[in-house]
Ligand binder design. Sequence first.
Ligand SMILES: [Zn+2]
Length: 307
Amino acid sequence: MTSPGPLPGHQTTAVRANWLGRYLSVESGFDKEIHKALLAAAVDSEKRIVALVDSPGVGAKTRRLQISLARNQIRSTVTSLFGKNITGLIKHFQGDAANAAVDAALYDELPLLGKFFRSKAQRNAYQSSLHATASRNIESTITRVLGLSKMPLSKRVYRTQALAQGRVDSAINNALSRGDSAKDLAKSVRALIDPNVAGGVSYAAMRLGRTEINNAFHAQSIHDAIEKPWVNQMRWHLSKVHEPQGCFCEKYAIQGLFQANHVPNKPHPQCRCYVTPELPDYNEFEVDLLGGQYDSYLDNLLNAAGA
Ligand SMILES: [Zn+2]
């Protein structure tokens, strides 16, 4: 009997489709939703400024008052954009990313686990059990596996929110000192938040979201590898769109294998590299399975699934 993985060159495409492919489809779902949320906030901010400051012929003092009122309103738009919309989206898609990592591992393991499962129903129960645990626990999984200075998601979001707020404030202050018209001020604030305009708040928000969602995928992959008694090591793969050159990702890919409990964190934001569990040889797996070495792990999961 041969080992379950085909030759390395061949494997790369299949592994990439299974792991990176599943992750990217979660990421593109997030991109669509955050795009909508940012656009709505951009349009809203523009309207609020125009509505408050659109009175020609007022004195400089009144105008400054109007602009500071507008600034408060934009603050609350930015606060609710990050606090409610973006945090909610990140949490939702982190759950999806955790499930995608579960599915990718399961897909690789099917040739092995086929030995263990007596029916498709039992296999589905195993998958549902892994999904339920993964999406429910993803935030604590990220903290536990990746550390991330033990900072909760809400705090990490708040950092980006504070930066975003600073950029909006300085756009308003600049407009004030230049004596821009309300229309110009509204336009420049809108551009900062509009996801169709490069850079600004929208870029920071998308970068934060993608990094968080990728961390969920990474943490879940590592967590499952540590938990599964048939996995000891993980392999680091570069993503196809990998940038920049000469970074740690490349060193990790050259090293290739890491003990599952010593897989490095993502070395830079928006890193789409991924790690895959090194599966045992088919014969080795079968001997250990029949010898009862995986019983307690599998029994626990199937009990949890009520199978
Ligand atoms: Zn990378």
